[in-house]
Design a protein around this ligand. Structure first.
Ligand code: ATP
Length: 430
């Protein structure tokens, strides 16, 4: 099943409203995707799970939500204006650009035209602030959320006086002018990142914190996506590959149907960013310990990308069994937790009770309504989008106030009292 697994997941995503190709009615725009009603729920559930685990779940963490556009000097200080470049070749006929490392000959892979020599191409999206389009008004859409953390580090010190080690995390949109297309949402022009800068005393054992974060990331990847550990591996960057700011970087990799590739990155950025911002802004960004030592803290950076997390979650959840397609999502992540059906849509007495249950559950749990087709078809439809439980109101309900609850994974039903439903699902969700 694996070779066409991607195609099946992509097709399900489009058909059922998880992810649509961007600007589709205009023929599409490469590397852009729109999240539909179910995709946005799944994404928000992953986001909340991350926030609960890493921000609420740890005493020494602070959350922020920084702006996408920041002062252009931020990107000069961080080195992105200078270094966020990669070697590309361009086709002289169709003018498409390709990563130099992917060009195996001097012919264009698409139109067979002649390719140019390698040129360095900056991946930053540029824009202009205000009314004039000159170099004094250039701004950049952020290529990573990290810098918003560095430029707010002093605000956090001043408002919260944290002791080292402490971390600042945020979730937000990043933008990169990527040229390689394909593999669905794996590589996008804009995507959500979930990043942490973990500030440590430079005299402390950075390798210990690095190893701890590596373990935390692996553990969370298994928890959120359900991926088996055997499909997850760690790859350390060599000297040439490592970013300009990093002393050690590892990629957390996963065995995708299209090969083993990066899911997330973990980097030891030393004091590079804060030292640069101190230099460029002229503001003192030193940390003072209780015993009066002044220094710029070092950082370990766990960087999580949303699209790859969501893609792996779908790939791992997708199952074909007993003539059904089922997304075996962790119920915490499922777009809908429960679906409610009247056994027959043309029996007002059943519809009335089913609507009452639907209205009762909705404020507590994301709940779907379906009264189309027969019950079997409705189960199949909910299985395909990963709804863990389906409630049917039948004629027995009118006699004893119980309904059937059908479990997505074991496909068995049990009868539950209407007044016990909320408690029943809350227990299941634990
Ligand atoms: P790659 O080597 O695949 O281009 P990267 O090493 O440039 O990725 P980082 O700068 O380490 O990526 O970014 C941290 C995380 O953000 C990545 O591990 C990935 O999950 C995500 N990410 C980066 N670029 C993209 C993109 N264009 N589309 C989707 N997610 C991305």
């Amino acid at each position: 099943m694996t070779s066409d697994l991607m195609e099946k997941v992509v097709s399900l995503c489009k058909r059922r409203g998880f992810v649509y190709p961007g600007s589709e009615i205009y023929g599409g725009l490469a590397n852009t995707w729109d999240y539909g009603p179910l995709g946005v729920e799944l994404k928000n559930n992953i986001r909340d799970f991350w926030w609960k685990t890493f921000i609420h779940g740890r005493e020494e963490m602070f959350g922020i939500d920084g702006s996408i556009i920041s002062h252009p000097r931020v990107w000069e200080a961080s080195g992105h204006v200078e270094n966020f470049k990669e070697p590309l070749v361009e086709c002289k006929s169709c003018h498409k650009r390709f990563k130099a490392e992917n060009a195996t000959s001097n012919k264009c892979p698409e139109c067979k035209g002649e390719l140019t020599e390698e040129k360095m191409f900056n991946g930053l999206f540029k824009t202009f602030l205000g009314a004039t389009e000159d170099s004094s008004s250039i701004a950049y859409l952020r290529p990573e959320t990290a810098q918003a953390i560095f430029i707010n580090y002093k605000n956090i010190l001043d408002s919260f006086h944290p002791k080292l080690p402490f971390g600042i995390g945020q979730i937000g949109r990043s933008f990169r002018n990527e040229v390689t297309a394909g593999n669905f949402i794996f590589r996008d022009l804009e995507f959500d990142q979930m990043e942490i800068e973990y500030f440590i005393d430079p005299q402390s054992d950075w390798q210990k914190y690095f190893d701890q974060w590596q373990e935390e990331m692996k553990k969370w990847l298994v928890a959120v996506t359900g991926a088996p550990e055997a499909k997850i591996s760690i790859r350390e960057h060599g000297d040439k590959e490592r970013s300009h700011y990093s002393k050690k970087t590892v990629d957390i990799e996963y065995e995708y149907p299209f090969g083993k590739k990066e899911v997330w990155g973990l980097a030891y950025r030393t004091d590079f960013d804060l030292a640069q911002h101190q230099k460029f802004s002229g503001v003192n960004l030193q940390y003072r310990t209780e015993d009066g030592r002044d220094f710029i803290p070092h950082v370990i950076e766990p960087s999580f990308g949303m699209p790859r997390t969501l893609l792996i979650t779908l790939l791992e959840a997708y199952k074909e069994e007993d003539k059904r397609v089922v997304l075996k999502l962790n119920p915490k992540l499922s777009p809908y937790k429960v679906a409610v059906f009247p056994l027959l849509a043309n029996k007002p007495e059943l519809v009335k009770v089913a609507r009452q249950i639907f209205d009762m559950l909705r404020p507590e749990l994301r709940t779907a309504w379906d009264d189309r087709g027969n019950i079997g078809k409705r189960y199949l439809s909910q299985d395909e989008i990963g709804t863990p439980w389906c409630i049917t109101v039948d004629f027995q309900t009118l006699e004893d106030n119980t309904v059937t609850v059908r479990d997505r994974d074991i496909t068995k039903q049990e009868r539950v009292g209407i007044d016990k439903l909320i408690e029943y699902f809350q227990n299941k969700m634990k």
